[in-house]
Structure formats: structure tokens, C-alpha cells
Design a protein around this ligand. Structure first.
Ligand code: ADP
Length: 735
């Protein structure tokens, strides 16, 4: 039975590494393991002594919101040779370490693999020198679990690596800022992102930030690639585009294999176009800062799973990396991770770009194609006026809606299909308020908050159906894309249910899930929820920073309607001690228990406790009621404050995740719509992010997946994280 574990971070640091270590440490403590932290990566492992220390519960307190890694990281030359590794083995043996969890990039994971492979050999040799040592009877095996830590997102075996989402958000925010100054001065910006062999950051930020041109390492450029770029920027200026941004991944290459620097691009544009071109090399800004909600949650899930896997699966050799693939924790042999990750590098170096892209996977190739379409100056095809597609946004607005409209509309226009934006959702559909959407205006919508075409809440009256049918016929609408929440789903279903009466409703209708509440069927994430989650996490971090001399409990009330996603995930991402969820409700007995827990926590030295409360977790035990109850019962030991975050949660520019999800769903909606029109299908379906990626689900099935009474899906994947949220915020044996 495993008793002693060590954890370390290694290679380049990345935001979220702390969350992974915190999760490993606290899960290990819950499961009765002794856990050592190795400082400064493999350098500390070789050095031993003070560089390997036992970690306690409180040692990882307050680390969740911090960037970098509190364990430190270093590149270690001594570990690269067998003598260094033998010293490392001795250090681990002396402490009885039987398993190691390494958070790092492919180099670090390679190091872990080498260590595990050589373990027996080192052990045998060391036994010769120290035959009496207590560890001489140790098992000839070291279990190793790797966790992907890299801002570049260049690791095989995971959709995202820890830190990539934070880096992407930094870039996207920089592009948002640059686009406003670029627009004011008619300037062109060349922005260099990290990614020596991996175009993920450059490509994703071009998609999410609405840049005009992108250069990535995995793409083979034509000999005269610069002419195309110059032509594109020239045209964009002619038609009055407000800003132009070229994104260059630091490893992008000329056709001859030489690196294209951002200064090269600047020189080309300045010379050819006589433009005022500025270069921004984002550099280490991309690496730093507090991790996003996504990175904290992913790192926490992986750290938790790493400890559980080691204990619950003792028979396995364990030389694996755990990654997140389609939102599930997936284990891949370290050898495979390292070989495949490094293979892309080799292919890029050798100029085998097609192979490099293939190794990156289908999603990378599709994104590259989509970016090529969206960065066009004009649609590829002339508009053919034999029927249009209408797009509407329904219900409450949600961050990322504009991205979805912009991408879906441009993908349709690109194929020659005219597109109408319906003003103010279903109200505009009834009243026939349609605006034809044009390529140029859509280009600037990707990062805008709210909904440019407008949303409104309306309930259908019986007479409305006839009006809608007439509007559809009048504008020759051949398909409808509706983006919104549960109300939007139901309205589309209502239209479909009246098809016998209204011939005009026999058109394909596609729904895209967009709400900050994440309470929709057929998708793991809705457009907008990631932005809301980050808004909550940022606000809660600030609340934590107010911890002062007084002992204080905070009840932070968050949105979500009858779905606890935002409450639970923000608790997980901020380390809140508790989440009140509508799925569980609130009882008096539980509140009574909470009083006892709070008292013990504060008596044992805690200064701040945070409870996240979903707005609908109980009708009568409101945030205000709980505050008064807890404060009364505190008998002066602590204060209780509330923070009702309200509309701050739905505001602001959409996060990178929301923009990318919206882009992918928008592009898929356009594709399915064109197929449906072509095949004269009148399907009504939902597109969502499911177990296998983006999938299409018929509306009847979507309605069945919904718990109508509570307006949330019957099966909610995130509830599996309840145990982790509770275990990581509260030490064992605490009441
Ligand atoms: P990253 O993990 O971010 O890819 P590096 O490639 O610098 O960063 O690797 C981090 C450390 O992992 C190195 O400094 C070295 O100590 C160790 N390492 C990398 N590759 C190997 C290898 N082939 N054998 C042993 N150790 C290695």
C-alpha cells in the first residue's frame, strides 16, 4: 500500500501549477499519505536536504490564485546524467518516496519517464553501497504520474495543458487593447506570441481576437507569402477596416526554414505600404499572472485524479500522464506523450508541415481553415439571392453571442448565402425586423460584449405564429439559427410543433447554447459560462484579499438559476469552503452544522471563510437569512458579510474560451445549415459540446434530457466534482 508521495513542478512555469500541487497535497492528506514537496524541479531532487520537505495542509493555503509555482522550478543539467539521477534516487529512497507526481512540459515528463525506467538499476547499485539502509528492501519500482504544465499547449494526450488558457486570455486581452488604440490611430500592429514549435496560442488568439493575419510554425508558407499578407492589409485599409493586426508565433518560418521575426513582418509592411507599423512582443507577460478559472479547475481535477489513480489502481505500473480530453481525465503512457509531442517539433524542423499538422490533430487543422476563412477580405463566393438564413439571439444576452453570430454569418456568406440578423430575438421575428448582415461589420463583432443584433424576452401569443410565418415567407428564409438559453430552445420547439398549420416553419432550425448559467441539455459548456465564472473568481479573489484582523465569513451569491454550475465551479476555483447548490437545497440541520464548522475554523486560526451560494439554492433560506443566522450564532466570534455579485457576472468582454467555443459552434451551425438546405431537410436540432466533441442532437432528445420543472439538465457532469470541491477546501477530521 502506497504511503509516501512526492510532488514537483519542473521546466517552464505555468499558471495553474500551484492549483495542481495544492490539489495533490490536500488529496494526499485526505487519503492518509505523507506528501513531500520537491523544490526547484529536478535540481532540488538531486540536491536533496532542504530542497525536499514534507508539505502540510496549510502550506498550500492561498496558492490557488497565485501564478507561477510556489515550489519553484529550474532547468537541471545534473539530472540529465545518470550520476545526478542516482543522487536523486538516493534522496527519494531515504524519505521512502514510492510515487512521484511531476507537473511540467515534455522535457520534465521525459525526465520522469527516465527516472522510473532506471529506478531498479539505481536501487540495485545503491544497495551495494548501503546494504544496511532501511530502504534497501524498497520495491524496485517508482510510480510516476505526469501532469501537463505548459502555456504553449504543445503536449500530446490532453486537449489543453495547465497554463494555456491563462496565456491565451492574456494575449486576447492584449489584442483587445491594441485594437482600440490601433483603430484610433489607423495603425497596424504586429504581435508576437510565444510558441516556438506550436501555433496554438497564435492561432487561437487570432480566432478569438479577430486579427487580420497569422503566421504559425506548423504551416508551410508560399515563397511569396508576404505579398499575400501585404495585399490583404492593403485591401483592408482601402475598405476602411479600423485596425489591422498580424499575429506571429515566435517559431513561424519562411519557406526556407528560417524563423520569421516580428521585426521582419514590420519591415515588410512598413516598406511596402508606408504604414505606421508597431511591434508588440508579448513575451513573459503571457506566462504570468493569476490563473484563469479554467486552469485552476483543470489543474485541480488532474491533481486530485493523480492521487486517486495511484491509490485506487495499485496494480498498474503507473508511468502515465493524466490529461483532459473532451472534458474527461484520460491517461496516456509518458513515452507516447513525449514521443508524439516531440515528433511535431522534428517535423516542423524538417519542413514536413503536413505531417506536423496531422500530429497536432483534427481540431488544429479545422481551426487553421476557419481562421483562413474569417481573415478573408471578402467572402469567397458571390451572394446568391435564392433564400437566406436568419440568425437571432434570444432571452438574456450572454458573453460570446456576438462571436457566434459573427462566425456563423461569415461562414454562410462565404458560401454565397445571404444572412439576416433578426433584431431583438423573437420580438423581431414576430415584427419582421430583419437586417441583412455584411462581412465587414461582422469582422469587428468577435470581441464585443452583449448582443449586437439585440435580445429580448417575449412570450408567444397565438396570433404571433401567423406573423412569424408571414415574415419567414416574405424574406424567403430557408433556415434559422437561434442562439440562446432554455427559453430560446422552447420557442424553437413551439415553432416546430406548429408545422402542420404553418408551411413556412418547415425549414431547418439550429440552436446554439448560450447562457451564463450552463443549465442547458446536450452540452457540457454553454457560450458565456466561462466569462461569468472568471468574473466570479476575480471578484471572490478580491474579497479574499480583504481578509484582515477581523474574522469574517463571506456569503457570495452567484447566478445560475436552478443550476449549481457557477456556484460549485467557482468554489472549486477559489477554494471556497462550501457551495450551496439548488441541486441539494439547504436544510436547517445543515446550517446548524455550518455554525459549528465556522466556529471551529475561526477558533483554529482561520481569518476568512467563503461560502458560495447559488441564487436559487433555497427559496426561504436566502443569503440575507443565512447571514443573520450565522452572525447571531457566532456570538461575536466572527462577522458575516454578503456579496451579491449580480450583473457583474454577465458583463465584460467574453473570455477566450467563450469566443473559441462560440466560433466553433457558429462555424458548425453554418456547415450543418448549408447541408440541411442542400438536402432539403427540415431538421430541428441543438449543437453542443459533448463527449465526442461538437455533436448535433435532435430537439426531441434535447427536451428529454431536460428536467423541465427545474429548468436544468437531468444529468449534470459537474456534480462529479462535488467531492473534490469539499475535500480540497476542508481538512480531514475538521468537523
Ligand atoms: P519542459 O518540461 O518545460 O519541457 P525542459 O525541456 O527544460 O522543460 O525540461 C525540464 C527538465 O527536465 C530539464 O532541465 C531536465 O532536468 C529534465 N529533462 C529533460 N529531458 C530529459 C531527459 N531526456 N532525460 C533526463 N532528464 C530530462
Amino acid at each position: 500500500m502506497l504511503k509516501t508521495l512526492a510532488v514537483m513542478t519542473s521546466g517552464g512555469d505555468s499558471p495553474g501549477m500551484n492549483a495542481a500541487v495544492r490539489s495533490v497535497v490536500r488529496r494526499a492528506i485526505h487519503r492518509d499519505l505523507t506528501i513531500y514537496g520537491i523544490y526547484d524541479g529536478y535540481e532540488g531532487m538531486v540536491k536533496g536536504g532542504d530542497a525536499i520537505k514534507p508539505l502540510q495542509w496549510n502550506d498550500v493555503g492561498g496558492t490557488l490564485q497565485k501564478g507561477g509555482t510556489f515550489l519553484g522550478t529550474a532547468r537541471s543539467e545534473s539530472f540529465r546524467n545518470p550520476e545526478g539521477r542516482r543522487k536523486a534516487v538516493l534522496n527519494l529512497l531515504q524519505l521512502g518516496v514510492e510515487a512521484l507526481i511531476v507537473v511540467g512540459g515534455d522535457g520534465s515528463l521525459m525526465g520522469a519517464h527516465v527516472l522510473a525506467t532506471e529506478w531498479e538499476e539505481h536501487l540495485e547499485a545503491l544497495k551495494q553501497d548501503h546494504p544496511e539502509a532501511p530502504w534497501a528492501s524498497s520495491l524496485p519500482l517508482l510510480k510516476v504520474i505526469g501532469l501537463p504544465g505548459s502555456i504553449d499547449n504543445d503536449l500530446h494526450g490532453t486537449d489543453m495543458s495547465i497554463g494555456a488558457d491563462t496565456a491565451l486570455n492574456h494575449i486576447v486581452r492584449a489584442l483587445d487593447n491594441l485594437s482600440s488604440t490601433a483603430a484610433s490611430h489607423q495603425r497596424t500592429f504586429v504581435v508576437e506570441t510565444m510558441g516556438r514549435h506550436c501555433g496554438f496560442l497564435a492561432l487561437s488568439s487570432t480566432l478569438a481576437g479577430g486579427a487580420s493575419w497569422v503566421l504559425v510554425p506548423e504551416e508551410e508558407l508560399e515563397l511569396r507569402w508576404h505579398q499575400k499578407m501585404v495585399h490583404s492589409i492593403e485591401k483592408a485599409r482601402e475598405i476602411g477596416r479600423p485596425h489591422h493586426m498580424v499575429i506571429v508565433a515566435e517559431g513561424a518560418r519562411h519557406p526556407d526554414g528560417l524563423i520569421i521575426g516580428s521585426d521582419d513582418v514590420k519591415r515588410i509592411l512598413t516598406e511596402r505600404l508606408k504604414l505606421d507599423v508597431r511591434t508588440t512582443v508579448l513575451g513573459h507577460v503571457q506566462r504570468g499572472g493569476s490563473p484563469t478559472a479554467f486552469d485552476r479547475i483543470m489543474a485541480t481535477r488532474l491533481g486530485f485524479a493523480a492521487v486517486d489513480t495511484l491509490l485506487d489502481d495499485p496494480e498498474t505500473e503507473h508511468r502515465h500522464m493524466l490529461g483532459l480530453v473532451k472534458n474527461r481525465v484520460v491517461s496516456t503512457p509518458l513515452v507516447e506523450v513525449v514521443e508524439k509531442s516531440q515528433a511535431v517539433r522534428v517535423e516542423v524542423e524538417n519542413g514536413n508541415y503536413a505531417r506536423a499538422q496531422e500530429l497536432r490533430g483534427g481540431s488544429f487543422i479545422r481551426t487553421l481553415e476557419l481562421v483562413k476563412t474569417l481573415t478573408r477580405i471578402a467572402p469567397a463566393q458571390e451572394i446568391v439571392q435564392d433564400g437566406a438564413v436568419a440568425i437571432l439571439t434570444g432571452g438574456a444576452d450572454s458573453p460570446g453571442m456576438n462571436t457566434a453570430v459573427s462566425v456563423a454569418a461569415r461562414c454562410l456568406l462565404n458560401q454565397g448565402t445571404p444572412v439576416y440578423g433578426v433584431r431583438d430575438g423573437f420580438a423581431g421575428l414576430i415584427e419582421g425586423r430583419f437586417n441583412e448582415l455584411h462581412w465587414d461589420e461582422l469582422v469587428n463583432w468577435v470581441n464585443r460584449p452583449g448582443s449586437e443584433i439585440g435580445t429580448a424576452r417575449v412570450d408567444f401569443q397565438d396570433k404571433d405564429f401567423g406573423e412569424i410565418a408571414a415574415t419567414i415567407a416574405r424574406h424567403n428564409i430557408r433556415g434559422l439559427i437561434a442562439i440562446g438559453g432554455w427559453g430560446t430552445y422552447r420557442k424553437v420547439a413551439q415553432l416546430a410543433s406548429r408545422r402542420d398549420e404553418f408551411e413556412a416553419f418547415n425549414i431547418p432550425m439550429i440552436l446554439l447554447p448560450a447562457t451564463i448559467d450552463n443549465n442547458l441539455p446536450c452540452t457540457q459548456f454553454t457560450i458565456g459560462v466561462d466569462t461569468a465564472l472568471n468574473n466570479i473568481v476575480e471578484a471572490t479573489d478580491k474579497i479574499r484579499h480583504t481578509a484582515g484582523a477581523t474574522r469574517r465569513a463571506f456569503i457570495v451569491e452567484v447566478m445560475g438559476r436552478r443550476c449549481g454550475f457557477l456556484a460549485l465551479m467557482s468554489a472549486l476555483a477559489t477554494g471556497a469552503e462550501k457551495a450551496f447548490l439548488p441541486e441539494k437545497g439547504i436544510s436547517l440541520a445543515e446550517l446548524n452544522e455550518d455554525v459549528t464548522i465556522l466556529k471551529k475554523s475561526f477558533e483554529s486560526g482561520k481569518r476568512m471563510v467563503i461560502f458560495m451560494r447559488n441564487e436559487y439554492s433555497s427559496q426561504r433560506y436566502t443569503t440575507d437569512f443565512i447571514q443573520r443566522l450565522l452572525e447571531e450564532e457566532s456570538k461575536g466570534l466572527f462577522e458575516v458579510r454578503t456579496a451579491i455579485l449580480g450583473h457583474v457576472q454577465r458583463g465584460g468582454l467574453p473570455s477566450a474560451f467563450d469566443r473559441i467555443l462560440a466560433s466553433r459552434l457558429g462555424a458548425n451551425a453554418a456547415l450543418h445549415m448549408l447541408e440541411a438546405i442542400e438536402s432539403e431537410s427540415d431538421e430541428v436540432c441543438v449543437l453542443g459540446l459533448r463527449e465526442k466533441g461538437i455533436e448535433k442532437v435532435p430537439i426531441e432528445e434535447a427536451l428529454k434530457e431536460m428536467d423541465g420543472k427545474n429548468a436544468r439538465p437531468r444529468d449534470q457532469w459537474f456534480l462529479q466534482l462535488l467531492e473534490a470541491a469539499d475535500a480540497l477546501a476542508n481538512p480531514p477530521q475538521s468537523p
